[in-house]
Design a protein around this ligand. Structure first.
Ligand code: SF4
Length: 329
């Protein structure tokens, strides 16, 4: 065969870790267990995690997703999503005589607690995050009088604080690590005594998925990120892939959304998925690519993950009570 006209070898670089994080896994299992334990319907305030497929599957099993607590009929159970809620939402549930199950990811709760602590010490808190994102709404609701949202480096110039020597920054858990540090540097330029949080707010899962996509970005002609458009960490993965040197990168919910024209002149395709994406959707993408000659799959591993979180305490309590009753019966 003429070497000049031979088709270049086609391969897939598959990121690891990818997909479900411990917080999403726990939240999805919590809805399933609640449906088994209490029967349908179980109301969930907002999408339990930002993924279309997951939401649709849980709806088919009997979950009802609502935008506002007031939509849940009195006496029912409402579950709060992994993104967390402001204290005012707990009060709304109490007023509506609703039983609650709080599936807020423990790593989001950690940021809530930091906000409460710094507000108690009367700090001005600069919360780096996306205005309007559920997690940011929930965290700022912990201390609305002390928190200012900083939505990227371009917001830094307009930040106002009461005392330049008593300012701390916190962040949303699912941001781009590099962009956040850019914002922090710009904030430090304005407030040299800016305090940093005691530990990373951007969670381990977000960081690991970004590191893996960076490793593959330089080598991949095209990166396909499986995830929904309202999933912050998935959208960040597309940006990180492009920043790392990928020629092209796209976010898709399902394999069917991939456009054949993206493959023109592409020999290496990177594949990853956001923290709210079940593996079955990645398998669909790999199959779609294999049917087009991208059968060779190479793993790009950035980290090992072994973190798991126990189920929300309300569920654990009821599951324990049921197990006890079964033994005594
Ligand atoms: S992405 Fe991070 S903070 Fe969000 S649910 Fe997963 S582990 Fe928790």
């Amino acid at each position: 065969m003429d070497r000049m006209t031979a088709t270049p070898a086609r391969k897939v670089l598959l990121a690891a870790p990818r997909g479900y994080c411990a917080g999403v896994d726990r939240a999805v299992i919590a809805v399933e267990k609640a449906l088994e334990q209490y029967g349908a319907p179980v109301y969930v305030r907002h999408e339990i995690v930002h993924n279309k497929y997951v939401v649709k599957t849980l709806e088919q099993k009997g979950a009802i997703f609502v935008d506002r607590t007031e939509e849940v009929p009195e006496g029912n159970i409402v579950m709060f999503s992994a993104h967390g809620v402001a204290p005012v939402v707990h009060e709304e549930a109490k007023r509506g005589k609703l039983a609650t199950i709080d599936a807020t990811c423990p790593l989001v709760t950690k940021v809530h607690k930091e906000a409460v602590r710094y507000a108690k010490d009367d700090y001005d808190i600069l919360l780096i995050g996306h205005e309007g994102h559920e997690e940011v709404i929930g965290t700022s609701g912990e201390a609305p009088d002390h928190i200012t949202i900083v939505d990227g480096p371009e917001d830094v110039a307009k930040v106002e604080v009461r005392d330049e020597n008593k300012v701390v920054w916190l962040s949303q858990t699912t941001l781009s690590v590099d962009e956040t540090m850019e914002t922090v540097d710009a904030l430090k330029g304005r407030f040299p005594n800016l305090l940093s949080p005691p530990s990373d707010d951007i969670c381990y899962a977000t960081q690991n998925r970004q590191t893996a996509v960076k490793q593959m970005g330089a080598e991949a002609d095209l990166v396909i990120v499986v995830g929904s458009k309202n999933s912050s960490n998935s959208v960040r993965l597309v940006e990180v892939a492009l920043g790392a040197g990928a020629r092209d990168a796209h976010l898709v919910d399902y394999a069917e959304e991939i456009d054949e024209t993206w493959l023109e002149g592409v020999s290496t395709v990177g594949v990853t998925s956001g923290a709210s994406v079940p593996e079955i959707l990645v398998e669909g993408v790999l199959e779609w690519l294999a049917q087009r000659g991208y059968e060779d799959v190479e793993l790009v591993r950035a980290a090992e993950e072994h973190i798991t979180f126990s189920l929300p305490k309300e569920l654990r309590r009821d599951l324990r009570a049921e197990a006890r009753a079964a033994t005594e019966g």
